[in-house]
Ligand binder design. Sequence first.
Ligand SMILES: NC(=O)c1ccc[n+]([C@@H]2O[C@H](COP(=O)([O-])OP(=O)(O)OC[C@H]3O[C@@H](n4cnc5c(N)ncnc54)[C@H](OP(=O)(O)O)[C@@H]3O)[C@@H](O)[C@H]2O)c1
Length: 155
Amino acid sequence: MIIMIYACDENNAIGKDGDLPWRQSTDLQHFKSITSGGTIVMGRKTWESLPGKLPNRSHIVLTRGSRSDVETATFDDILEMAKSQDLFVIGGGEIYELFLPHAEIIHRTIIHCIVEQPDTFAPKIDDLIFTLDEEKFVEKSPRDQYDMTFQKLSK
Ligand SMILES: NC(=O)c1ccc[n+]([C@@H]2O[C@H](COP(=O)([O-])OP(=O)(O)OC[C@H]3O[C@@H](n4cnc5c(N)ncnc54)[C@H](OP(=O)(O)O)[C@@H]3O)[C@@H](O)[C@H]2O)c1
C-alpha cells in the first residue's frame, strides 16, 4: 500500500530553497513514529536535503540518473513493491504529485503558518476521494515554531 506523509502550511506549501520552511520538532517526532521500521520512498532532491539515512528505515530514491549512495527504483518498481508491502512516500512535491492517484492513506500535518515565497507545494487533495479519519490540534512546544494539526486521511 502507498502511504503518503507530509507537512504543509495553511496554503499547502511544503518547501523553500530545497529545505523545509520551518523547524518543528514535534512534527519530526510524529514522522519518526509513523515511518520507523518501514520503507521510505523519496525523490532525489528530498534525498539530497537529508543529512543521510534516517535510522531504522529502508530508503528508496526515485531518480532518472544513477546513484551509489542509496537504493534507487523506478516509479513502476515502487508500484509493484507496494502490492505486497507498505511504502511511505515522504516527498517532495514532484513525488507526492506522482503518487497521489495511488495513495490509500495520507498523514498530513498542517503547520499553522504561511510561508513567504515558498517554491514547492503538496498536490491538492480531493475531499470527494479522501475522507478525514483523524484530526488532532497540537500547540507548539518550545522546540517548535508554530502550532500544528495532525490529520489522517484515507481513500
Ligand atoms: N514538508 C514536507 O513534508 C516535505 C517533505 C519532503 C520534501 N519537502 C521539500 O520538498 C522540496 C523538494 O521537492 P521537489 O519537488 O523539488 O523534489 P523531489 O520530489 O524531492 O525530487 C524530484 C526528483 O525526483 C526524481 N523524479 C521525479 N519524477 C520521477 C520519475 N517519474 N521517475 C524517476 N525519478 C523521478 C527526479 O530526480 P533526478 O533529477 O535525479 O532524475 C526529480 O528531479 C524540498 O524543499 C524539500 O525540503 C517537504
